[in-house]
Ligand binder design. Structure first.
Ligand code: 2HA
Ligand code: ZN
Length: 271
């Protein structure tokens, strides 16, 4: 059996959480990540017949039965994952009933997965239907994205359009735009269902006055989506109170999208 602490998926979770903490996006226990793993790869590190304990999830994830995820722990700090992954992370498998998580590794102090597991697993189910290669769901509280929520209308078309205007790369990186949910009670099945519904259409979903969700095939892709929104939100926050003299025009965005061959939300432009 190989050393789990050296597994690429554990190293990636450590590196990403440390990075997000240092960017100031994930204060205290803010943020959570879930990463769908390849069973054969996990079997190189863990005996998959050994279940440490079972933890009820409180919702039905039948479409994910048998699937294995590495997930950040509830109440755990991104700041601490790198120095103690076995306490701050866990590897779970969805049991045959669809409503129980079998703990295969981690949550060493008796802990459990993030309180946002409904939003994560429901988003995985929604994204996998659209893109069978989707692996990562990431939630974070990026500073400028959050600041922008207080001064910009929380409207999908308007927020996407503003973000697209802020950096030339935006329409190319997230041509599908950004979904927006109003402020809702977090940690619940209802916010999970609402997020998953948006995830059928978007890889990025803003939780009004709370943070953002991203989904993608790899950790880099998912992180890069949130990072690009955050950069655009930063430019917005640096300029929103100043007279706007220049902007990227809608026709220019069309030219970019066409050059890069991306399918973009035409209805989010004002042509
Ligand atoms: O897990 O970010 O949304 C802490 C949070 C809750
Ligand atoms: Zn949060």
């Amino acid at each position: 059996m190989k050393n789990i602490f050296e597994a690429p998926f554990v190293r990636e979770m450590c590196a990403t959480t440390a990075n997000m903490y240092r960017l100031g996006w994930d204060e205290r226990n803010g943020g959570n990540i879930s990463y769908l793993l390849d069973e054969k790869e996990v079997a190189e590190y863990l005996d998959l017949s050994k279940v440490i304990r079972e933890i009820p999830t409180g919702f039905d994830a039948k479409a994910l039965i048998g699937k294995i995820f590495i997930v950040t722990g509830t109440g755990k700090y991104f700041k601490n994952v790198e120095k103690d992954p076995e306490t701050n992370l866990g590897i779970i498998r969805i049991k045959g009933d669809g409503t129980t998580a079998e703990l295969l590794w981690g949550y060493k102090d008796g802990g459990k997965f993030t309180s946002e597991l409904p939003a994560h697993l429901m988003s995985h189910m929604a994204r996998l239907k659209v893109d069978p290669e989707n692996r990562v769901v990431m939630h974070s509280h990026p500073t400028n994205t959050l600041a922008m929520n207080y001064v910009h209308e929380l409207d999908e078309k308007k927020i996407t359009h503003t973000l697209w205007e802020m950096c030339t790369e935006c329409i190319v990186v997230f041509p599908d735009g950004v979904g927006v949910l109003p402020w809702m009670l977090c940690g619940t099945n209802s916010i999970g269902e609402a997020t998953a519904k948006k995830m059928e259409e978007f890889r990025l979903v803003i939780w009004g006055m709370h943070g953002i969700y991203g989904a993608g095939k790899t950790m880099d892709e998912t992180f890069g989506l949130i990072e690009t929104v955050e950069k655009a939100a930063q430019i917005y926050m640096l300029t929103a109170h100043l007279p706007r003299i220049n902007t990227i025009k809608d026709e220019e965005m069309v030219a970019l999208a066409e050059l890069f061959g991306v399918k973009y939300r035409k209805d989010f432009l004002n042509l």
